[in-house]
Every structure is written in C-alpha cells, then in structure tokens.
Design a protein around this ligand. Structure first.
Ligand code: NAP
Length: 345
C-alpha cells in the first residue's frame, strides 16, 4: 500500500481548503485503519472552518462521519477483520477524521455495515445518531432517560409526548427514530412541508410546518399533546426554535439543544436546558455510546434506524468544499451530503 494518501487540508484558521498529501497512519491498540469510501458532511465542519471550533492544530483535516473498508486491525481488536465494511464516528484529531482517504477509527465506535446498506447511507449515521442519543439518554449532556436497548428499560416513555423541532435535519431524524424506539407517543415534529412524508417515515406521528409563527406552533402542538410535554429536543436550536421549545415544556421537563442556550432556566419551575454534545470519545458519553454502537449493525439491518437520504458530491474530496458552502447557505434540506475520497483527482 502507498504510504501516502490524499486529504482535504484546512491550512490555517479561516483559511481555504486545499488537497494535499499526508501519511497513512497505523492503528494502535483498540483501533482500525479504514480505507474511506464515503465521508458525510456536517454543519460542524463548516463551522470549524469558519471559527476554528474544535480545531487544535493546523493544518487540520476535518470530517466526522466515516464509512469504508477495514485495511488493518490494531492490537486487542477481535470483532473486526481486514475487508469488513464499516461505519465509524471520527474524532477531532487528523489521523481520525473523515476528509481523507484513510483514517484510524476507534473499534468501540465502529460497526459493521449490513449488506442492506451502502457506504453512502452508512456514512450518514455516526454524528447524527450519537448526537440524538446523547441528547435523549445522556446524563450529563442529555435528558437522562433510560436507553431502550438496555435490559433495565421497559417501556418507560410509553405514551408520553415528545416534541422534536427540526425533524428533517440529520440529528432530528435520528431523535425521531430513537423516540419511537423509546415508546414516546405522540412524536411531534416540525420541518418544511416538502419533508412531511420524510419525517413521518422516520416515525413522527404529527407534523407541523416550521414556517408557522412561534405562537401558532405552540398552540397547534399543545392541542395534540394530552399530557405534559417533558422532553423537547430542539435539533435546530436557533433562538426562535428554542423559545418555541421552552414555551411548550412542562414543569420538570428538559429542553435538549444542539447549540448554546438562548433561553434561561427558571429554577422555580425546575425546567432544565441542556446543550448536548454528540462526541462519543469523551468520558461522559463513552459508556452510553459504546452500548449503542454495539447494536448499530443490528439497528441498521432490522431497519430500527434508517439512515438519512443522501446526495453524492462529485470530484472526491474536492467536492466537499462546495458541499459545505451549500450547507452554510441553508440550501440542503432533508438530505446528507456525502463525498467519495477515493475519487479525488
Ligand atoms: N452539539 C452537538 O454535539 C452537535 C452535533 C451535531 C450537530 N449539531 C448542530 O445541530 C444542528 C443540526 O445539525 P444537523 O446535522 O442535523 O443539520 P442538517 O441536517 O444540516 O439540517 C438541515 C435541516 O435543518 C432544517 N431546519 C432549518 N431551520 C429549521 C427550523 N427553523 N425549524 C425546523 N427545521 C429547520 C431544515 O429543514 P427543512 O428543509 O425541512 O426546512 C433542513 O432539513 C446544527 O446547528 C449543528 O451544528 C450539534
């Protein structure tokens, strides 16, 4: 194998992306080397480019969502073999990121891709799913409800209402699917009317046009929920969606956000606001995410979790540049953009 690979570099803070070469790393204990076939794009990637968020060293290679083929297995890994098709949640360190042709992955946050799924569909899963699951089930970065895949779970949330604002976003789509797994009902969501069928397909029982005013949304949603709404997952977390979510939340409820809070907690009513952090590699999330990654292959093969719709970008890693720009401009709807690093010229 060539010791060098192509990668999409961000040379400096707020710099311009450029294609370059870097060496192919070797897997350490508990790690895999993966030849990346599909890398999905996330809003975090353009935000990292614009603000330096999560970047500790330059030149930086970004990208968190990896799908590919295992090339080499590190010491202590006995559940993967060379040639396995896998998806993995990357890390914020150049050897472990997605916008390159080879990356290391941490075996506990890597899963085999069932034959029913492509590399492209599998690449849409890692960050979106982890963010949804930490937001619902995480104790520190989430609402702390019982994960439905653990033995102690037993229909805890059955027949309780949940609101997921932004159901057609990647994070929102996985939040809907996990809410269904947890037994919530009704599952109420917002999106553009063009995505109504999509969000219903993910498992939403009620859909509202996200273009309604805050007041209209609150009134419509309150009519549907016949018991107090104790969890609102705001996948969008703009000030206007946060205030809708906050307005809907019952006493003792939790508003889960994906971005910093603009609403203020009111101690008297004991409502919580929590900003989630969908990174499985931090100690606070490790145990929860490990237990979920152990069942990801089954979730995908049984259709419990349906990956996002996707669009493949042209020109390998180069295509990521225009894709991130479209995301920044809000031109991507109900779809994950995916690049093929091996097709880089
Ligand atoms: N805290 C963390 O760890 C973490 C992790 C991942 C993502 N995030 C953040 O979470 C947010 C969502 O990420 P993502 O990857 O899920 O985004 P995404 O898939 O790129 O989001 C695009 C979707 O957002 C929807 N949307 C935009 N404004 C909306 C509104 N006012 N109401 C309802 N839906 C709206 C659009 O819906 P329509 O087209 O249907 O209108 C579109 O389908 C981003 O800000 C991201 O940076 C945070």
């Amino acid at each position: 194998m060539s010791p060098r690979q192509k990668a999409l570099f961000l040379p400096k803070k707020q710099g311009n992306f450029e294609i370059g070469f870097r060496s192919i790393p070797s897997p350490g204990v508990g790690q895999l080397l993966v030849k990346i076939q599909s890398a999905a794009l996330n809003p975090t990637d353009y935000k990292s480019k614009d603000t330096g968020m999560f970047v500790t060293h330059y030149p930086a290679v970004l990208g968190r969502d990896i799908a590919g083929i295992v090339e080499e297995v590190g010491e202590g890994v006995d559940n993967f073999r060379k040639g396995d098709r896998v998806l993995a949640h990357g890390k914020f360190t150049n050897d472990f990121t997605a916008f390159q042709q080879y990356a290391l992955t941490v075996a506990s946050f890597t899963a085999k891709i069932p034959s029913s799924e492509s590399f492209d569909s599998a690449a849409t899963v890692p960050l979106g799913l982890d963010t949804a699951l930490v937001g619902l089930y995480g104790n520190e970065f989430g609402a702390g409800i019982t994960p439905p895949w653990t033995k102690s779970a037993g229909g805890h949330e059955s027949k309780k209402p949940i609101v997921i604002l932004g159901g057609s976003s990647s994070v929102g789509s996985y939040a809907i699917q996990l809410a269904r797994l947890s037994g919530f009902y009704p599952i109420i969501t917002t999106a553009s009317p063009s995505n109504e069928d999509l969000v219903r397909d993910y498992g939403a029982s009620h859909f509202f046009d996200r273009n309604l005013s805050g007041k209209q949304l609150q009134a419509a949603i309150n009519k549907i929920a016949d018991s107090p709404i104790r969890i609102v997952y705001d996948a969008i977390s703009l000030p206007e969606t946060q205030s809708v979510g906050w307005g809907l939340l019952a006493n003792n409820g939790t508003l889960v956000l994906t971005l910093p809070a603009s609403v203020k907690e009111d101690e008297g009513k004991e409502r919580r606001v929590v900003q989630t952090f969908g990174n499985p590699h931090i100690p606070q999330n490790e145990k929860l995410c490990c237990s979920a990654w152990a069942v990801v292959e089954r979730w995908l093969s049984e259709g419990t979790i349906q990956p996002n719709k996707y669009e493949v970008l042209p020109n390998g890693l180069e295509g990521i540049i225009g894709g991130l720009e479209r995301m920044r401009l809000g031109q991507v709807s109900g779809t994950k953009l995916v690049a093929h690093p091996q097709e880089t010229q």
